[in-house]
Design a protein around this ligand. Structure first.
Ligand code: SAH
Length: 373
């Protein structure tokens, strides 16, 4: 709460007269009204503030904030048909995510309070954005912490099995029901674009999913390889490579940890390497292992990099902050005797804003490094 953070934990709540999912008045010491909030009777995050002071929160406020969030995205003039319209706390709509995929919207309500408002939110989205269909991707595990079930359902119109999304010059086939997150890793769009400023020669895209970085960079890299541990992801990369006219992009199913070691033994060299692993530190207890994992892959990638080559290296673990990640990269550089320079330090795309004072909204770090010699 202090410093504007919108969460109040269960342990700090003295008395409750409300049911889970309600919009409540939050009263502080000396009976002063702190504001109005979403209340959860299950999560450790008992209260998610919507307003401060006496300003009441209700449907008109939520509608105003939805409209504002969408206006912000429209003003960005993104060169893409898929992007985030609502980024939860950062748009003052705690625990609500709305992504646009062309004429379809995908929604996630990740707290009891937002979930209860889903019918009203759906009606507002229909009225404001007139989508052809709205899908609820309410299958993230965090919903269990709220005592909410995991479901995927069409809330409005119809949503086809697969849709085409465009990001700059790249087209993807997306399965909105089964794809990771809401279908694509939309938060990396601007980092893929930025990487294109440096990519050249021989490319290795590690943790490629459906080919995000590889598809964008392969058009300027005469040799291109993408690796993912999931067979389904690899077949999607191949299909996307054909669709995008980069048939030289080779995709293979492998564990990146093993594959980097194998490539090193084989004496392989690359001019451009991308490391975009899943969140290694899902909680605080996992931080030491996560740091070891990040160090391992970065150290090996630095060794595989040709002098003057670029390493695009990411961490989407909120629990590993920028400083910790930078320290790992420093260690990897020292231990591999590879001098590297920071060319760019980046975060998630502008449609996933970071709200100052809410560190949870800053989770994606992306460093672009150049091997100096
Ligand atoms: N770079 C992608 C997103 C990556 S998401 C993009 O721009 O869209 C992380 C991916 O890593 C997932 O597809 C997952 O299947 C894969 N993965 C997880 N552990 C892995 C491992 N040890 N080796 C290879 N791939 C792995």
């Amino acid at each position: 709460m202090r410093g504007g953070h919108p969460w109040i934990y269960r342990a700090d709540v003295v008395d409750v007269d409300a049911e889970g999912g309600a919009i409540v008045q939050v009263i502080g010491p000396r009976r002063r009204t702190i504001g109005y909030a979403l209340f959860s009777d299950r999560s450790q995050i008992a209260i998610r503030m919507l307003t401060r002071g006496d300003a009441e929160a209700g449907l008109p406020l939520l509608r105003t904030r939805l409209v504002a969030a969408m206006a912000v995205r429209a003003a960005l003039h993104l060169d893409a048909t898929a992007y985030r319209l609502v980024h939860a706390e950062a748009d003052l709509l705690p625990s609500l995510v709305v992504d646009r995929y062309g004429e379809y919207l995908v929604v996630q309500t990740l707290s009891q309070g937002m979930d209860r408002l889903l019918p009203e939110l759906t009606a507002m989205l229909v009225e404001i954005a007139a989508p052809a269909g709205i899908l609820a991707r309410n299958d993230p595990k965090v919903r269990a912490l709220e005592g909410l079930e995991q479901t995927v359902e069409v809330l409005h119109g119809s949503v086809p099995e697969s849709i085409i999304a465009r990001e700059g010059p790249v087209e993807y086939e997306v399965d909105l029901r089964k794809g990771q997150k809401t279908g694509l890793f939309l938060d990396q769009r601007e980092n893929r674009e930025a990487a294109a400023r440096y990519a050249r020669g021989r490319l290795l895209d590690c943790f490629s999913y459906n080919g995000g970085f590889a598809l964008r960079l392969a058009r300027q890299c005469p040799e291109a390889e993408a690796i993912d541990i999931s067979a389904d992801a690899v077949s999607r990369i191949r299909a996307n490579a054909r669709r995008n006219g980069v048939p030289h992009l080779e995709a293979r199913e492998a564990n990146v940890f093993d594959e980097l070691r194998r490539l090193e033994r084989a004496g392989a060299r690359y001019d451009t390497i991308v490391l975009d692993p899943p969140a290694f530190a899902k909680n605080k207890a996992a931080i030491p292992n996560a740091l070891a994992g990040y160090k391992e892959i970065n150290l090996r990638a630095m060794r595989l990099l040709s002098p003057g080559g670029h390493l695009v290296t990411c961490s989407c673990s909120y629990n590993v902050n920028e400083e910790m990640f930078a320290a790992v990269l420093h260690e990897a550089s020292a231990d591999s005797h590879t001098p590297v320079a920071i060319v760019e330090k980046r975060i998630q795309g502008r449609d996933h804003p970071v709200l100052l004072g809410v560190p949870e909204t800053y989770y994606l770090k992306c460093f672009m490094l150049r091997r100096v010699e």
